[in-house]
Design a protein. Sequence first.
Length: 227
Amino acid sequence: MSDFVALKPESIQREIRNTLFGDVPLKDVVRAHPKMTLAEPWAAFKRARDLRDAGDVEGAKRELRPVVRTPDVETRIFLQAWHSLRELGEKPPADQAKEVLGIVVEVGMPKGLDIVAAYRDHRARYFNYGGAGVLWERRDETLDGLIDELLQAGSVVASAIPAWTQPKPPEPKKGNVRINLLTPSGIHLGQGPTEALNQDPMGGPILSAAYGLMKRLVELRTVVSEQ
């Protein structure tokens, strides 16, 4: 299915943006997803937080390990579980560490950000600086090829650069773009002027695939709006 949403005011847009990366600190996961933590797998994050706060780090890890072993768990939840496990001192297996499971591309516009995000489970999101958005929950296979192309382009880059270990930089400004590659080992990112990254041999294919996906999501929104 796909849903078309309006995200104003700006504070709501920022909260939604923060859920795209699967990197919310464990102490904030419950607050970020208050309506979901009563059910699994989100409830595991609440138990893990409580155990960690009580000093039982190993117990917290035991709560989260089943999440990353659950077949077909939503990709963003999988990424969030690995982020929390890394917080607790656990590293992903070497053969999984750099697997690109999602990509978030942020484009600095004159009045805000355009964002397109895509994930291994073929879900996708698009939000423009004006507050409109498209949430693609894979109602069919229409976008699978575009999403796979984007993830494949990102895999080439993630294999060549280390995970980002510092706090995420501020949102890119007008004329700049940031590519966030989401893996079990963390976010691998690259950023710079939009024109320069478009011409970059590694960044260019990612941006081209991201723009293609963004265009298709906008077209889907237009088709539904006209029905």
